[in-house]
Design a protein around this ligand. Structure first.
Ligand code: AMP
Ligand code: MG
Length: 377
């Protein structure tokens, strides 16, 4: 049975999200592009003045093991409900397809694929195929720090972490020998894809996929595309993945998205990003972890060392594609700062904020336009 393990970090992010999404305008925010709103919602300023649009929100705990919140501006509760129902239906459908722990009738989901992928090619739903193919293309292009074919290694960590959270007094680290043996079975080359038949075959019987690093990003893109059709002024939060649609229709130029303070005892925000029509994704060492001998061991594993990566505290990405942001947040969390910066500079429209172990904050130039702490200086 899948365990629901919504962490304190997620809950405090939700609180920050709720506070920020209803917060006041940033005086330093860049002006919203008028076309962004008028293309879909008429004269926004006029509509706001006439109170045609109101703010609604819904929170849901039933998918992706996380807190999902949708805020949107609609003309009526009924209009909001219609858009929100469609959005949450799509999220739940993707949650079943990407579920690694449960079987569903007549669905060749990730759980099914991991069980049967080595017996012969398995035809999978289009969403799962697209996600795997996209990750494989990144791997073929040389970005290999986020390797979703690393299921054999990640499942060992998952088992020890789950055990360690339930029984902290006897928490242990996985034996390095077991990790090394598993690391013989993480070669993405052995995930054979046939795009015509939409099949996936594991040519290594001990290989499994773990798509935790990108699944929420894929889902956020899909739901955002749907919301742009139905309710374009929206803010969607799927745990650490946020997608901000057209500017809020209450006169503000941007949505305010919090970057969580890694010191979770603060349960506050380290910075605030003012964005619209962008996704904001954070990978951090505070989301999921357990403690062994007073030391924290989190959930992002460096494929080189097979241990939790210690180079970053958190990495936040802002760009247009949530799957790319999710993939990069994990990748740049594992890469040393200089190497990560080089990757970011190569990519158009990708902005990054790094929080390093000594508390130093680094950011790409474009990130400084979004982040309030940089705009103040
Ligand atoms: P994120 O929070 O987006 O950085 O994703 C973390 C999740 O991705 C973990 O809970 C694992 O399921 C998975 N994961 C951890 N390390 C890696 C890695 N190096 N490559 C691919 N997936 C990973
Ligand atoms: Mg990620």
């Amino acid at each position: 049975m899948k365990r629901k393990t919504i962490s304190c970090a997620v809950l405090s992010l939700l609180l920050a999200f709720a506070a920020l999404s209803s917060g006041c305008a940033s005086s330093t925010a860049p002006a919203v592009s008028p076309s962004a709103i008028s293309a879909t919602a008429g004269n926004a300023a006029q509509d706001v003045q006439n109170n045609l649009y109101q703010r609604f929100s819904r929170t849901d705990l039933s998918a992706f093991d996380t807190v999902i919140t949708l805020v949107g501006f609609a003309q009526s509760q009924a209009d909001f409900d219609q858009a929100a129902n469609e959005a949450f239906e799509r999220i739940r459908s993707l949650d079943h397809i990407f579920d690694a722990y449960n079987a569903y009738d007549d669905l060749n989901n990730l759980y099914y694929l991991n069980l049967h992928g080595a017996e012969g090619p398995v035809e999978v739903p289009e969403d799962l195929f697209q996600l795997i193919a996209w990750c494989k293309s990144q791997w073929e292009n040389g970005l290999r720090e986020t390797n979703i074919a690393m299921g054999a290694v990640l499942s060992i960590w998952h088992e020890y972490r789950t055990e360690g959270i339930q029984h902290p007094e006897s928490a242990q680290l996985p034996p390095m020998e077991a990790l090394l043996n598993a690391s013989e079975h993480i070669d993405f080359e052995n995930v054979v894809l046939d795009s015509e038949k939409q099949t996936v075959f594991y040519s290594d019987p001990d290989l499994t996929l773990d798509i935790g690093a990108v699944a929420k990003g894929y889902a956020a893109d899909e739901v955002a595309a749907l919301l742009y059709q139905r309710m374009p002024s929206f803010l969607l939060s799927l745990g650490g993945n946020v997608y901000a649609g057209n500017a809020p229709m209450d006169g503000r130029a941007n949505w305010a998205v919090g970057v969580q303070d890694p010191d979770t005892s603060n349960s506050g925000t380290k910075d605030i990003l003012d964005v619209h029509d962008k996704t904001v994704v954070t990978s951090g060492d505070y989301w999921r972890y357990y403690v062994v001998d007073g030391q924290r061991y989190h959930h992002i594993i460096d494929p080189e060392t097979l241990m939790p990566s210690t180079k970053m505290i958190s990495v936040t990405i802002v760009c247009d594609s949530s799957i790319l942001a999710d993939f990069l947040s994990t990748t740049l969390f594992v890469l040393p700062y200089e190497a990560g910066r080089a990757v970011a500079e190569r990519l158009d429209g990708v902005e990054v904020m790094w929080i390093l172990p000594d508390g130093t904050i680094e950011a790409t130039d474009g990130m400084k336009d979004y982040a309030r702490s940089f705009r103040k200086t």
